[in-house]
Design a protein around this ligand. Structure first.
Ligand code: ADE
Length: 224
């Protein structure tokens, strides 16, 4: 997959793309990332990407044309690109949505800033996505969340083929609790069943734990 990050802060992504799963995804050739600097699509002396809102009011609005031009440039090289605007106005990202996006060949993630983007940008994207019901100072952090959630689902990225299939949200439940050495931490032990060597019993315990945990902290997931 080729991800095109459309942003006024390309430098925002340097470290996150150079570590962990996004790095591994790039190293194995499952992921390619291009940074699309919106300032390169401005045509005034100050290279402005924002302006005052029509009708007045506080804050600045991101100009439509640099974003539209940048998306058209991406599309010229990748005609099938799926264009996603990160914004608190979109539906909230889910595992199902990330899994669907992971099937795309090209993904353009448009990072808004300031008070918002010129409404006309919405005519030039395929969908809008939020990462949660709060307002970020910009879409960069949200784009990174989407990129991370998608990158780890790309074929060949996760070491253990099972780790993406058994985790939270795939089954509709939160994941069961994990423990590793040492056996006692600050006086707190490991549930004895995990030391029993009885794999079937461990599997039953984990399933029960996942259900109890989900019922307790995310009853909304159980409803679904
Ligand atoms: N931009 C600002 N807030 C956001 C959010 N919650 N999700 C996605 N993009 C955003």
């Amino acid at each position: 997959m080729h991800v095109h990050l459309v942003t006024i802060f390309p430098e925002f992504f340097a470290t996150p793309l150079a570590v962990g799963i996004p790095k591994r995804a790039r190293d194995v050739g499952a992921l390619r990332v291009s940074l699309v600097d919106l300032r390169e699509y401005t045509n005034d002396r100050h290279r402005s990407t924002d302006d005052y809102p029509y009708g007045g009011g506080p804050g600045m609005v991101m100009k439509a044309e640099p974003i539209i031009d940048a998306l058209e440039a991406v599309r010229a090289g990748a005609p099938r690109v799926r264009r996603v605007l990160l914004s608190p106005r979109g539906p909230v990202l889910s595992h199902a949505r990330a899994a669907a996006l992971a099937l795309e060949s090209d993904l353009a993630l448009v990072c808004g800033r300031y008070e918002g983007v010129d409404e006309r940008v919405r005519h030039f994207v395929d969908e809008e996505l939020s990462i949660g019901d709060y307002v970020l100072s910009g879409g960069e952090a949200a784009a990174l969340v989407v990129l991370d959630a998608v990158a780890r689902l790309l074929p060949g990225v996760l070491g253990n083929a099972e780790s993406a299939a058994t985790e939270s949200f795939v089954s509709g439940l939160l994941e069961y609790p994990h423990y590793t050495r040492p056996e006692i931490v600050r006086g707190i032990g490991v549930p004895p069943i995990l030391l029993s060597g009885d794999h079937a019993a461990v599997a039953r315990w984990r399933e029960a734990q996942a259900r109890e945990l989900t019922n307790r902290v995310r009853p909304d997931l159980v409803e679904e």
